[in-house]
Design a protein around this ligand. Structure first.
Ligand SMILES: [Zn+2]
Length: 150
């Protein structure tokens, strides 16, 4: 039987995400975005809803709070582990109509022609294989699991 939605299927049938599952709660799931590459941009995270939602407007108030908190925590964890200049957040849902968004670390020195949508294409930014994703995944999970200060 084929799944009608690629991202619903991704949750059910991908038990081994490179770098592991970075975060999971009853509503959301976060992993590195790798698309089966052998070398992936280090610091490109996808958050997807567990429910099949096709718009941010379909979030319940509780899910909205959870998503906002998760975006803040992942942004802080990326900041602490890879020391980016910026953490981008983008959400389009044009290709796959299942709620998902990407957090992407923009590394210092990224040339202007690689800003925003092309940031992961800059060869000067750190890329890594599965073992390096595993190391970064462990560091991100450690950062996420540390109690927030302040
Ligand atoms: Zn879906």
């Amino acid at each position: 039987m084929t799944e009608p939605c690629r991202f619903c299927a991704r949750l059910r049938h991908s038990p081994s995400f490179p770098g592991g599952v970075l975060y999971e709660d009853p509503f959301f799931h976060a992993t590195f975005w790798t698309e089966g590459e052998t070398r992936s941009y280090l610091g490109h995270v996808i958050v997807q809803s567990k429910r099949h939602l096709t718009s941010l407007s379909e979030l319940t108030p509780q899910e909205g709070v959870a998503l906002g908190t998760l975006v803040q925590r992942l942004s802080a964890a990326l900041g602490e582990t890879v020391h980016p200049e910026l953490v981008y957040l983008d959400c389009y849902m044009e290709v796959v109509r299942h709620l998902h968004l990407f957090l992407t670390a923009r590394y210092p020195g990224t040339p202007p022609e690689f800003l925003r949508l092309k940031v992961t294409e800059w060869s000067g930014a750190p890329h890594g294989d599965r073992a390096q994703l595993d190391v970064l995944g462990n560091r991100l999970r450690a950062s996420l699991n540390r109690p927030a200060s302040g």
